[in-house]
Design a protein. Sequence first.
Lengths: 173, 99
Amino acid sequence: MIAADLLVAQNVGFGIISLLMIVAALRVVTVNNVVHAALWLVVVLSGAAAQYLLLSAEFVAITQVLVYVGAVMVLFLFGTMLTRARIGAESDLNNKNWALGIPVALLMLGVMSYVIIDGFGSERLIENPGDMEPIPVQVISDDIFGPYLLPFWALSFVLLVAVIGAIVLARKD
Amino acid sequence: MLTTQFLLLGAVLFCIGVYGVLARKNAVMVLMSIELILNSVNINLLAFSVRHGSVDGNTFALYIIAIAAAEVGVGLAMVLLIYRNRRTIALDDLSEMKG
């Protein structure tokens, strides 16, 4: 599937990072310790940032590290420590019929893989990989504040509502 | 690089996230699995952004990151509220809506 002119170095990088991401994601959903799961999630999110760099999306990769690995992970650790008395391993993190999730996930994976491979096959992501250049932030901001200004306003409002809602919900009366 | 490899990586991460949402009982773990799902979508969006030579995929990925941050904030506030009222965040115990 991988021809000689398909940028071997990037393919090797992709393979290593995606293998790491998949193993870490499996650990997130199987490990018996909430703090360890959060730390494995850091590996997945950092790997995703590396994949964004491979896809020449520098600004999104930086935002991913700042927002996800920085802020969201701190929130998760706060949530873990505020809702649990102890930090050690727990045996009852799973549902009673957790095993039903395995066939569901495998079925979905099978259908999606079939559709993806059937639809795209061995199509190149970009005809000449040497043309892939980092997208300047200016272009992204022109896109955000041009055609996608209305979603941006809606998003600002969603964030405002989320901040107020979180304060109202978590406030001690 | 092929289009398929990025889409397949997204699909694998998405299915792992779905399994996590279905199998986990702890509310914080379910939120983490949702983060996995949102990230797999971002990988797909950026792959298609490169494929079509358009910057729109990057814009959508940034919007999804912002939405995910808001979702985690509200979600964890709700989890804290549930914990304060019941001293547990096991989703199995929250069955008042069951008919």
